[in-house]
Write a protein that binds this ligand. Structure first.
Ligand SMILES: [Fe+2]
Length: 126
């Protein structure tokens, strides 16, 4: 059964879906069940994926890669960064020529989860 804010991925066409209304038994795309993405929290590679939150004036700056920026290439980049609070989901969509970071007008103590999706390496959270 789907849950609010879960993210699903189609392994055939690459479709990504976020649940806005929970309760469906299965999501199907391209004739097969979509895979629920479980956000990873540790990155052993040198290429960092875990979102890093920095408090700035009037909000937070989320960077993907604390000391080393995640690549933003045509075939490998951060597609979006999301900040989840009790009753809002903030999403910054990114393109390959953007920096892998985003500002959100959110207080750090309001954050339930920060997550990002890399088109090659999947979903990551902090
Ligand atoms: Fe990546």
């Amino acid at each position: 059964m789907t849950q609010l804010r879960e993210i699903y991925f189609c392994e055939i066409c690459g479709n990504v879906v976020e649940i806005l209304n929970e309760g469906a038994p299965t999501l199907v795309c391209c004739g097969i069940p979509m895979v629920k993405l479980v956000a990873k929290t540790e990155d052993a590679s040198t290429e960092k994926h875990v979102p890093f939150v920095e408090e700035v004036e009037d909000g937070i700056l989320v960077k993907v890669g604390q000391n080393q920026e995640h690549p933003m290439l045509e075939n490998h980049y951060i597609k979006f960064i999301e900040v989840l609070t009790c009753c809002k989901v903030y999403r910054q969509e990114l393109k390959p020529d953007n920096k892998p970071e985003a500002f959100f007008p959110v207080k750090k103590e309001e954050i339930i989860e920060v997550r990002e999706w890399c088109n090659l390496h999947g979903l990551w959270k902090s």
